[in-house]
Design a protein around this ligand. Sequence first.
Ligand SMILES: Cc1cc2nc3c(=O)[nH]c(=O)nc-3n(C[C@H](O)[C@H](O)[C@H](O)COP(=O)(O)OP(=O)(O)OC[C@H]3O[C@@H](n4cnc5c(N)ncnc54)[C@H](O)[C@@H]3O)c2cc1C
Length: 417
Amino acid sequence: MPGWNGWPLGAPNMPNTRVVCVIGGGPAGMMAAIAAASSGARVSLWEKNGSLGRKLLATGNGRCNLTNRDPDPRHYRGGGREHVARALSAFGPGPSLEFFGNLGVEHRYDDRGRCYPASNEAGSVLSALEHELTRLGVEIGARNEIVAVERGRSGFVVRQRGQDHRCDVVVLACGGAASPQFGANGGGFELARQLGHRITEIRPSLVPLELAGNWFHKLQGVRLDLTMSSCGPFPITDEGLFTHYGLSGPLALRASRALVDGTGPCILNFTPGLDQGTVLRKLRRRREQLAGRTSAELLCGWLPEKVGRMLVRESGIAADQQVPTVSDALLEVLAGRIVAFPVAIKALRGLKEAQVTAGGVDAAEIDPGTMGSTRVPGLHFCGEIVDVDGDSGGYNLQWCWSSGWVAGAAAGGLNRG
Ligand SMILES: Cc1cc2nc3c(=O)[nH]c(=O)nc-3n(C[C@H](O)[C@H](O)[C@H](O)COP(=O)(O)OP(=O)(O)OC[C@H]3O[C@@H](n4cnc5c(N)ncnc54)[C@H](O)[C@@H]3O)c2cc1C
């Protein structure tokens, strides 16, 4: 597999006669179309929505977490570990950011290593990709759903309702089944199945958590950093967002990947980094400082007010009790609740609310060097349709850039494995 040699590849370099159809105008499909056109092929990109990149526009709350400072393949799951390692080594975060930089998209990192466009706007990433597609002469067919792909004696027939297209090579970049409101609704799996590919079990990943009980009902809308432990091999510290059903935000999404069957007990620390002894000392100090206040206000100014009231209530302290009269024993219970609040996770929310799909086209049937099918010559895959899903933090878009580049370059004839 050729590595990254800088962008543009000299586009369109050495025009060839290959006709490539890319199905799906998300980040993976756009990158594949750009790489294929840069290799000199004639490329068309088919998208069923009225415009390209609808899900891309929603990423990172509209800010688009492009990639991550730590590109290690251990941030990915599914059957395609080797595919991830090979794609990242061919076109990882460095080349991806250089590619976007050449299109005018500068970047910045936040304090957790997440990388965003400097503009903080997903729209600027989409617009750069669209300009590059146009510059390379890629034919874009929006509002065109592909309903079947058939392998003929020479090449493929790609069928829309009422129209057929012939091509030599097909790249399936139809996305998965998560957040179907943005376009990808699992239809790509059906196309792959029709072509003889196996689809592994489909599950939601990076998805909010439903919690048991009603202790969190009054916390709806509260955001704060929390540490969650006992739900997976490592404690996770990140921002949580309380909702009417439980917990969302990056913390919940990250934890959802660690939960084997989507349920189970876990522990929340409302003061990440502090242990029970430190919290207890702090509480004793506050008991002296806050004479004249009621215990409902004991944590006010330290933790968000609604969280403070909930923790006091759940520790069995009467809200109207005067702070100086709260006993040492109750302060100890409160300290325990603050650093180790027991939580029962009832269920994961469904695919509709998931950011990505776990499962997909069986990676065992895909060549990791070209992202080409080992069953159907001339068929390639990239992005979420493949049985690869990444952590929260830019890993899923990085998979799209990396696998899209590898699949597109191979489809265009540049990279033959
Ligand atoms: C709310 C939200 C926030 C996210 N934030 C981030 C983030 O900040 N960072 C990150 O790394 N990841 C993020 N993700 C995940 C990321 O968006 C996906 O991993 C990525 O979009 C997958 O790209 P894709 O091109 O494979 O699929 P998609 O983006 O789903 O694109 C596939 C496209 O194919 C089209 N299509 C499907 N079937 C057909 C057909 N038969 N014919 C024609 N067109 C078809 C669909 O309409 C769709 O436009 C987020 C996801 C969501 C839902």
